[in-house]
Structure formats: structure tokens, C-alpha cells
Design a protein around this ligand. Structure first.
Ligand code: ATP
Length: 218
């Protein structure tokens, strides 16, 4: 079993909702690795709050020491908008024959038809959708049809082919969002227990999200 999960996001900042989702996917879907890919310039939203190099550093701090978690900085290094299809094309070239599973939350999946060259995604990777609190799978429209054609409940199907299936997977519901964390920090409160201490320490030391920079470690 040599499949790789590909987990893109703004990670502004990364939190336990992301990490727990990735970990449950790693174990339940039997991925060899989950590769976190922070995007440089997200095409679907305005400017990020922390700089690309800060978001990358926070992701690196968050996954440090976890077997099977790796970080790829290609989108941060690349100029122009970070399109998932470009990243998957490059990963596909570098990993011939390897099963790739693009991990996205249900909220992101519901916007899939607005993604650049979205129809090409399934010729490059599987799409693994994590249930997120408050979001339901579409049963009609373009996405409903896509699920009907490509959907599978069988984890084996993700290993038998290198791309082309959609698998919706329930993960532990952690109602944590980066937006709420940013608001909390800007309001002078402490994000402790919503994210790894290493990420919280980075935010404190660098004064991200309107928090005051402090030399303090904890
Ligand atoms: P924001 O609040 O800034 O919109 P976000 O956490 O929703 O942040 P991203 O960092 O881009 O946004 O999320 C990366 C991916 O992780 C997306 O596919 C998103 O759906 C998923 N995700 C985010 N938070 C959770 C969570 N608590 N549980 C499961 N999946 C999540």
C-alpha cells in the first residue's frame, strides 16, 4: 500500500481540525503519507492573514515528529495563483502509478465546480471528502452526478486505481476554524488546545493575527 493523501489548504493557521482529519485519513484510508501543501496565493479567497512563509512554518511545526505526515512547499514557492490541478499534475509526474487522494473538507468540495480545470482533477487523483460539521453531501446538480458516477464506499477502490474515485469519509467532528482562531487571537485571547503548542508558540513569537509578539515560550 503506497497511496498518498494530498492535503492542500491555506492553513491560516493550521489547527487540530486539519490535523485530526489528516490523521484519521492516514489511518483509515491506509495512506502511506499525508502531504500537507500550504497554498501560496489562494485563488478562491482574498489575501491571507499570515504570510506564505509563516503559514508554511506553522504547518512544518505542526507535523514535526508525526510519522507519515510530510510537508511540500511547492505552492508557496510558485508564482501566481495556487491551482490544485497544477500541483496534482506535478505530483502525478513525480509519482507514476501511485494512488493519490486529494483530501478536502465538505465545504471545499461543495465549491469544486468553481475550481480551475476541476473536471481534470479526477484524472489525476481520487478526491477524499472529509465530513465537516454542518455540511451535507450534495445529492443533485453537477456534484450529485459526479458522486453518482465516481463515488465509492470501498477503501480498496482507492488503492486499486491511481485516480478517479470520490470517497466521502466521516471524521471526528471538531468544530474548529482558522477564521475563529484568528478572531480569538485578534481579541487578545489564547488559542491553546485548538492547535499544537508549537504552532501557538510560533504565532506568539511572531505576533501573527494581531497578537502581540512575545519572547515567551508558553
Ligand atoms: P478558514 O476559517 O480561514 O476558512 P479553513 O480551516 O476552513 O479556514 P483551510 O485552511 O483552507 O480553511 O482548510 C483546508 C482544508 O481543511 C479544507 O478542505 C477544509 O474544508 C478542511 N478543514 C478545515 N477545518 C476543518 C475541520 N475542523 N474539520 C475537517 N476539515 C477541516
Amino acid at each position: 500500500m503506497n497511496a498518498m493523501g494530498v492535503f492542500g489548504g491555506t492553513f491560516d493557521p493550521i489547527h487540530y481540525g486539519h490535523l485530526r482529519t489528516a490523521f484519521e485519513m492516514l489511518q483509515a484510508l491506509r495512506f502511506q503519507d499525508v502531504c500537507f501543501i500550504p497554498c501560496g496565493d489562494p485563488p478562491h479567497r482574498g489575501a491571507t492573514f499570515a504570510a506564505a512563509h509563516e503559514r508554511l512554518a506553522m504547518v512544518e511545526a505542526a507535523v514535526d515528529g508525526q510519522d507519515g505526515f510530510i510537508v511540500d512547499d511547492r505552492e508557496v514557492r510558485r508564482d501566481g495563483p495556487s491551482y490544485s490541478v497544477d500541483t496534482l499534475e506535478a505530483l502525478r509526474d513525480e509519482n507514476p502509478g501511485r494512488s493519490l487522494g486529494l483530501i478536502i473538507g465538505m465545504d471545499a468540495f461543495l465549491g469544486l465546480t468553481t475550481w480551475y480545470r476541476w473536471r481534470d482533477l479526477l484524472s489525476l487523483a481520487h478526491i477524499v471528502v472529509a465530513h465537516r460539521p454542518g455540511w451535507r453531501a450534495p445529492d443533485m446538480g453537477e456534484l450529485g452526478e459526479l458522486i453518482e458516477q465516481h463515488g465509492t464506499h470501498r477503501v480498496e477502490d482507492l488503492h486499486d486505481a491511481e485516480c478517479g474515485r470520490i470517497h466521502i469519509h466521516a471524521v471526528t467532528q471538531l468544530e474548529i476554524s482558522s477564521t475563529d482562531i484568528r478572531d480569538l487571537i485578534a481579541g487578545g485571547r489564547d488559542p491553546r488546545f485548538l492547535m499544537p503548542d508549537a504552532v501557538r508558540g510560533y504565532i506568539r513569537r511572531n505576533g501573527c493575527y494581531g497578537g502581540l509578539a512575545t519572547k515567551e515560550k508558553n
